[in-house]
Design a protein around this ligand. Structure first.
Ligand SMILES: [Zn+2]
Length: 233
């Protein structure tokens, strides 16, 4: 059977509603979180708004740094970039792939690099000055473990981070990472964060206690968003 026939037959089959099953570590062990295809579509729409707020637009070049197991969080980022008409590439966010990050940065006239990890930045800092390396890139987003290294080097980076099964993205105000309030309720208990899914998600209404340390700000942000903001500590 040729590939086209195989694909057309596959399209006629029923598709499971669950796209990902995430293991979410918490103080009581690992909880499973189902992520549906519809969830991913709404996550992509929200992420698109967040990236537009940073000025990302058609024709820009971007690199997304994430690991293969992070598809449930970064597939919406990829989808948002596609919808915006941004030309993107991807690199592995573990430190061993820092060379590809360096080559893309040097060769592709990047407007944005999204998802830099502390490991990648540590590896790159052994080869060049981080401030020189990323200082000319208009939009730099890093994980919480890498943000201080960038800001100390004078790079005005914003946070992008997984938060249990949710994704948090800081706006240009750089006053905490926004979490989509239509999908998640974020709370803080004794310095640890928890997220509760909206009824609409595949995992509807369930709360996930996390080991992630941080605080939550619920007051409106100067960017105009009512989405709560997480300060990772
Ligand atoms: Zn904001």
């Amino acid at each position: 059977m040729v590939r086209q026939d195989t694909l057309s037959r596959a399209c006629m089959l029923d598709h499971p509603p669950v796209a990902y099953l995430l293991p979410v570590p918490g103080p009581d062990g690992i909880a499973d979180c189902e992520v549906g295809w519809d969830d991913l579509g709404r996550d992509a729409a929200w992420t698109q708004e967040r990236l537009q707020a940073h000025g990302l637009a058609q024709g820009h070049h971007a690199v997304v740094s994430f690991s293969g197991h992070e598809g449930a969080w970064f597939q919406p980022v990829i989808e948002a970039l596609r919808n915006l008409g941004v030309v993107y590439g991807s690199v592995e966010t573990m430190g061993w792939d820092h060379v590809r990050t360096r080559v893309f940065q040097r060769e592709l006239d990047l407007h944005a690099i999204l998802g830099l990890s502390g490991e990648t930045l540590e590896a790159l800092s052994g080869q060049s000055m981080i401030g020189d390396f990323f200082g000319e890139t208009p939009v730099v987003m890093a994980r919480p473990d890498g943000i201080a290294k960038l800001r100390d080097a004078g790079v005005s980076a914003a946070v992008i981070s997984t938060l249990g099964p949710a994704l948090a993205i800081e706006c240009p105000e750089r006053a905490g990472a926004h979490v989509n309030r239509a999908e998640w309720t974020v709370t803080e208990r004794d310095g640890r964060l928890s997220v509760t899914a909206s009824a609409e998600r595949a995992v509807g209404g369930r709360e996930f206690l996390l080991e992630t340390a941080g605080t939550v700000r619920a007051d409106p942000c100067a960017c105009g968003s009512d989405d709560p903001r997480v300060m990772f500590t």
